[in-house]
Design a protein around this ligand. Structure first.
Ligand SMILES: Cc1ncc(COP(=O)(O)O)c(C=O)c1O
Length: 395
């Protein structure tokens, strides 16, 4: 267990690491997880049709059309059958990041628990917005490593005093960086445990549509909530950034517990950015269409098949069930930093040392120090060139 968030941007740290070192080949950036597949063809026309909306302040609650498009998608994707009411159960976001950050502020204000030093539980490695939110809310961010071979941390082993002051828990599936996917039973267990201790579950599902077809579609937190009969204490975050290659559109949503969302809307109405209505119009169209999402998955599947062919001789199993990152154990190349340097110096490929994505504990250990993260977000030909260089560098 670790309570020291490392909030320095991993990308800035990487830039510093390779500063002044000439790349061994024309650079290819596998650092940032920004999808570079084509965006759907309808984005331009829908935006053009809705341009007038830029002249008005949008409502924080979003348009009825956006909320019902999201609710329809949730129903189809997770078999929710109307479990989420578009009127009370969905809030539009400017991408999931700001929502994940704001969620901690909500938990701090709305939790019945008001300990002197509230805690927020995070996975480790973790997405930095969780820790930034916890910090802004005046809570202690406590990082938990996953139990060996499990998607979940060992919740039953946690110190009861920590659990008593915990107000929220973040959990991502598929996870960034390792692509681990929680099953329906994992979600059910997590939610039941959290409710038993009056803890909000913030489920980060922004990679939910990026999965290997062979592994199947990841389960979701809302389906587990539905099975329990209530959305109480469960809030899911998702966006079009990865699903629809629209990272720059800044369009996502939070869905779940109506009691939390009602109070959160009041907070957001004062402090959060609204989502422009033309952006919501594009979002409505995107959540109504699966063709481009399936094509997106096909591209990722092909790239991971290539990664498997080129890298499994040196690394064994490299293909994750979900997400678009390769998460390589590079211990025998000196760990993440040494491997990132070698890859840049010899092959011109930029990749993030795993340790930059995780917190180092008070004992100086970092659970990701031996890993390297590579985002397979480029067009197939660029990815193939990068993977070929990787295979030549790490033999
Ligand atoms: C784990 C995780 N959560 C959330 C986000 C935020 O994405 P967005 O704000 O574009 O929805 C990212 C982006 O890379 C991410 O990796």
């Amino acid at each position: 267990m670790t309570t020291t968030p490392a909030l320095q941007s991993p990308f800035q740290r990487l830039t510093k690491l390779i500063e002044g070192i000439a790349p061994g080949a024309p650079p290819i950036d596998l650092g940032v997880g920004e999808p570079r597949h084509p965006m759907p063809a309808f984005v331009g026309p829908v935006l053009a049709e809705n341009l007038a909306g830029f002249g008005r302040y949008p409502a924080i609650k979003g348009t009825p059309a956006f909320r019902s498009s999201v609710a329809g998608w949730l129903d189809r994707r997770f078999g929710l059958d109307g479990f989420i009411d578009p009127e009370t159960g969905i809030v539009p976001l400017n991408g999931s990041r700001e929502g994940l950050f704001f969620a901690a502020l909500g938990a701090r204000q709305f939790s019945a628990k008001q300990p002197e030093r509230p805690a927020v539980l995070l996975p480790n490695p973790f997405y930095f917005a969780y820790a930034a939110g916890a910090e802004a809310a005046g809570a202690e961010a406590v990082m938990l490593a996953a139990a060996p071979g499990q998607a979940l941390p060992d919740l039953d082993a946690l110190d009861p005093a920590l659990v008593a002051r915990t107000i929220a828990l973040y959990f991502a599936s598929p996870a960034n960086p390792d692509g681990a996917v929680a099953g329906a039973a994992d979600w059910a267990k997590l939610i039941a445990w959290a409710r038993a201790h009056d803890i909000y579950v913030f489920a980060d599902e922004c990679y939910s549509e990026i999965y290997r077809e062979a592994a199947g579609a990841p389960a979701g937190a809302l389906a587990a909530a539905k099975a329990s009969g209530t959305a109480e204490k469960v809030i899911v975050f998702n966006s079009l950034s990865k699903r629809s290659n629209l990272a720059g559109l800044r369009c996502g949503f939070a869905a779940g517990d109506p009691a939390f969302l009602a109070r959160w809307l009041n907070l957001r109405n004062i402090a959060a950015p609204q989502v422009p209505t033309p952006v919501q119009a594009v979002g409505s169209a995107a959540f109504a269409d699966e063709t481009h999402v399936a094509e997106n998955r096909r591209l990722y599947d092909a790239k991971f098949a290539l990664a498997d062919r080129l890298l499994s001789p040196a690394f064994g199993k490299v293909v994750p069930d979900g997400g678009f990152f390769l998460w390589l154990d590079v211990a025998r190349f000196g760990g993440g930093e040494a491997a990132a340097l070698k890859l840049w110096r010899e092959a011109g490929v930029r990749a993030v040392p795993g340790g930059y994505l995780a917190a180092t504990g008070p004992d100086g250990t970092n659970p990701a120090t031996n890993h390297l993260r590579l985002a397979l977000v480029d067009a197939p030909d660029v990815t193939e060139a990068a993977l070929t260089r990787l295979a030549e560098t790490f033999v």
